[in-house]
Design a protein around this ligand. Structure first.
Ligand code: COA
Length: 193
């Protein structure tokens, strides 16, 4: 996968956005380990468990999940994963998860990673993108809305946080990145008539 983009953040710092590679295993483990418990309490996976992260890197398959990382001074400072749907009838939909290092937040890096992932998704024919996050993750919800996503659904008590030991509602935020052609649907519907 060839992709590389230099971006200048709001404070003038330059970062490189590129796909995650197998050689990045130690860097990615370090990136997630450095996150605060308040950062990871709303993430769907236990990213501070290095075995979870190592499994991701070892099983890297860009056709399934395409992770992009933001690199500064040979350190990973941000990560976004574009997860394609394995379902035939949902091939036009992909899901995103994004995490930014504490020191790099509020500088537009989340927006830059989101834009890069959207460009790639568009090239791959994806039409609809979504984020799923506990509704209590206010910062993430506000950020996604600023990046053009809208709240489409709320899934009640879908997420258990081991930190506060509570069940949280999950919000699904979506964005259409390419027009969804109406004339493409009848063919599928006809099969069921
Ligand atoms: C959510 C997250 C990715 C945002 O990253 P980021 O690099 O700070 O994002 P950006 O700087 O591009 O944009 C954040 C925007 O939200 C705004 N914002 C954040 N919290 C806010 C709040 N409580 N009230 C108002 N605005 C807020 C920021 O001001 C910024 O707006 P601006 O671009 O107009 O200045 C980051 O906070 C993070 O890594 N959180 C932990 C992991 C997580 O929860 N990920 C989401 C699950 S998929």
């Amino acid at each position: 996968m060839e992709y590389e983009k230099m971006v200048v953040l709001r404070d003038g710092i330059q970062v490189k956005i590129r796909p995650l590679r197998k050689e990045d295993e130690e860097l990615l483990v370090k990136f997630f380990k450095n996150l605060d418990v308040s950062d990871v309490m709303f993430l769907m996976d236990d990213v501070r468990n290095e075995e979870v992260v190592r499994e991701w890197v070892r099983g890297l398959d860009y056709n399934w999940v395409l992770p992009l990382v933001a690199v500064h001074n040979a350190e990973i400072v941000g990560d976004i994963a574009l997860k394609f749907s394995g379902r035939e009838r949902r091939k036009h939909v992909a899901e995103l998860t994004v995490t930014i290092a504490r020191d790099f937040r509020g500088k537009g890096l989340g927006a830059a990673l989101n834009e890069a992932a959207e460009d790639i998704a568009r090239q791959k024919g994806i039409r609809k993108l979504k984020y799923e996050t506990p509704i209590s993750n206010v910062r993430a919800v506000i950020s996604a809305e600023l990046w053009g996503y809208t709240k489409e659904a709320v899934l009640e008590k879908e997420f258990y946080s081991p930190v506060d030991k509570l069940l949280h509602d999950v919000v699904v935020l979506t964005k259409f990145i390419q027009p969804v052609e109406v004339e493409e649907t009848p063919e599928v519907i006809e099969e069921f008539l």
